[in-house]
Design a protein around this ligand. Structure first.
Ligand SMILES: Cc1cc2nc3c(=O)[nH]c(=O)nc-3n(C[C@H](O)[C@H](O)[C@H](O)COP(=O)(O)OP(=O)(O)OC[C@H]3O[C@@H](n4cnc5c(N)ncnc54)[C@H](O)[C@@H]3O)c2cc1C
Length: 378
């Protein structure tokens, strides 16, 4: 496992400045920042970003993408997340689905989906988790049977973030029985508003509607919507998960707490204890950021840092939760989602949503298992 130290070039620093300027202008006065990638969304904001060329950055030009580097994408994502910008509409399609379609999809799928994703107009959810499967993804029970011209899909997906707002999701399902549970799985792209698809809300602790159960009853999926080769679903989802695990979205969810603590409280002076806590958090932010940046640079240099990415996800998401505890230890505050203070609102929201940070995208235990197996193979 290697994390090669890297900095930003003059052009990359210029891009960082441009995004900072853009964010200042694009977010309305009094904008209430979100916590991380899924916490707030604005289709208009996604479109504005797309017009600047900041959606589909790493997608080849022939599909309307911008053929930029992983580091350029890192810079844009980092700036947007630090500002608490509303990324939620396009984020999953941009981070994960578009690269998966480029890698595994047919020409028709690339031409149909990718330009819409790059324009910030086509949004995807992830259709992996199931009741009783969870981390053991290969034991999914959703199944599709062959019919003329396509497949008939039945099953239930759970924790499907954004399914009530997004257009499609790629469903991992069994398309043939197999002794080896990693075999016989495929991915089908399903229209979330199609016949036989029912999206039911699962409210978050604070009442927010982000998660869903998605029930699929005799859903007809035409042949052209199979993503990748029949039976290759396992290899595809595991490769897709690598896109999920090392970016700034895995350590910046609670960055706003530190930022607004300083913005709102530093005028009256932080106590020495608070100063020390902020200093320690900032040092830690910087270290994890350098690890995550190093993963992006390694990808640009042609490497496949899957083990390093899993480690960043483990360290990064545990740190996101640690930020909440450290700040609660040094700031006396009543938790109130409706407080007039942005800092206090964000703190209350973090306490309610923080437990999910280490679950989404793979639990800590599962990631550590990947890291330990990766180390054994070095
Ligand atoms: C905010 C959020 C958003 C999500 N969005 C989506 C989404 O859009 N689409 C989607 O498909 N899923 C989504 N998920 C689901 C998420 O990926 C799963 O919650 C996760 O994979 C864990 O599955 P589980 O909750 O069923 O837990 P389980 O797999 O039942 O795990 C329970 C506990 O057992 C541990 N465990 C399990 N297996 C092992 C093992 N082999 N060794 C050691 N320990 C183990 C786990 O680490 C965990 O602590 C989301 C989850 C969250 C919290």
């Amino acid at each position: 496992m290697r994390f090669i130290p890297t900095g930003l070039s003059a052009q990359e620093l210029q891009l960082q400045r441009e995004v900072r300027e853009f964010v200042k202008d694009a977010l309305p006065a009094g904008y209430r920042p979100g916590l991380g990638m899924g916490a707030s969304r604005s289709p208009e904001f996604s479109k504005k970003l797309a017009e600047r060329g900041w959606v589909g950055m790493a997608i080849p030009k022939q599909y309307g993408g911008h053929a930029r580097t992983a580091v350029d994408r890192f810079i844009v994502t980092e700036e947007l997340l630090s500002a608490g910008a509303p990324l939620g509409a396009h984020f999953v399609a941009d981070r994960q689905t578009a690269p998966a379609i480029i890698k595994f999809g047919t020409d028709w799928q690339r031409e149909f989906f990718i330009p819409k994703i790059v324009a910030g107009e086509c949004w995807f959810s992830l259709g992996m988790s199931e009741p009783d499967a969870g981390s053991d993804l290969s034991s999914v029970r959703s199944a599709a049977t062959r019919v003329e011209g396509g497949w008939l899909l039945n099953g239930t997906k759970i924790w499907t973030s954004g399914a009530h707002r997004n257009h499609y999701f790629a469903v991992l399902c069994r398309t043939s029985p197999s002794e080896d549970k990693h075999q016989g799985l495929s991915q089908l792209i399903v229209n979330l508003r199609g016949d036989g698809v029912e999206v039911r809300p699962i409210p978050f602790l604070n009442g927010a509607h982000e998660f869903n159960e998605v029930h699929m009853t005799d859903v007809f999926v035409p042949d052209e919507m199979m993503l990748g080769a029949e039976g290759s679903g396992w290899q595809q989802v595991t490769s897709e998960l690598a896109y999920e695990r090392s970016g700034p979205d895995r350590f910046l969810s609670t960055f706003g707490l530190v930022k607004y603590l300083i913005a709102e409280r530093a005028t009256g002076g932080l106590t020495p204890e608070q100063e020390r806590a902020v200093g320690q958090l900032v040092a830690r932010f910087w270290t994890i950021r350098q690890m995550s940046l190093s993963v992006a640079r390694t990808i640009d240099d042609g490497g496949a840092p899957a083990v390093e990415a899993s480690l960043v996800k483990d360290i990064g998401t545990r740190f996101e939760q640690r930020v909440i505890d450290v700040i609660r230890d040094v700031v006396e505050v009543q938790l109130d989602l409706d407080s007039n203070s942005t800092f206090e609102q964000l703190l209350a929201e973090s306490v309610l949503t923080g437990p999910s940070f280490t679950l989404r995208g793979g639990t800590t235990e599962v990631l550590r298992s990947i890291v330990s197996k990766g180390l054994r193979n070095v």
